[in-house]
Design a binder for this molecule. Structure first.
Ligand SMILES: [Fe+2]
Ligand SMILES: [Fe+2]
Length: 185
């Protein structure tokens, strides 16, 4: 079977913004892992959990009361990030870990980015999204490459990374659509 794994990212349906999780998929993990492997997974999950808190907070505070397509998309992105945050919280507890006690600081950063960009207008909102999501995709790639994840957790991380890629694409196309059309182009 031609499974292209080498360079191409696995395909994920990014139109599903909150994938189903069945009770039987929740399990206690980490049995038989070395202390080093567990420590790297703990650090990775904590980083992802706090970053997703930041991401959902940014989108949450970018949303205005205007009934616009843009706000609908921001609500969808917020929902998606809430799911990511939940994904990593579940994984932390499955492994017997706890979230970072300092995660409130990431909420504050998310709040500042969200409100700040909203005050600066639509282009700033889109540019902030692209910048933050590009950092996230890079960070996801680093964590995927350097940590020995169990297969199920790895699949969740890959799906969430694909979602972040999708966000970049959406904000970029909206930014292009919103750009003034040059004369005689
Ligand atoms: Fe996310
Ligand atoms: Fe995202």
């Amino acid at each position: 079977m031609a499974e292209r794994q080498a360079t191409a990212k696995p395909r994920h349906d990014i139109s599903i913004i909150r994938p189903e999780v069945r009770a039987e998929q929740i399990k206690l993990r980490g049995e038989g892992h070395s202390p080093e492997r567990l420590e790297s997974i703990r650090k990775g999950l904590r980083a992802l959990h706090t970053l997703e808190l930041m991401a959902q907070t940014i989108y949450r505070f970018q949303i205005t009361k205007e009934r616009s397509e843009m706000n609908g998309m921001l609500v969808a992105a917020m929902c998606n990030e809430m799911g990511h945050h939940q994904d990593f919280q579940v994984k932390l507890y499955e492994y017997g870990f706890r979230p970072s006690l300092l995660r409130w600081a990431y909420w504050l950063v998310g709040f500042a980015f969200g409100v700040g960009s909203r005050l600066l207008g639509r282009r700033a909102v889109l540019k902030t999204g692209i910048w933050v999501e590009s950092k996230a995709v890079h960070h996801y790639a680093q964590l995927l490459a350097t940590i020995d994840w169990d297969d199920e957790t790895r699949r969740v991380i890959e799906k969430d990374q694909a979602d972040e890629d999708g966000h970049i694409g959406r904000w970029k196309s909206m930014l292009t659509a919103a750009a003034p059309v040059p004369a005689d182009a």
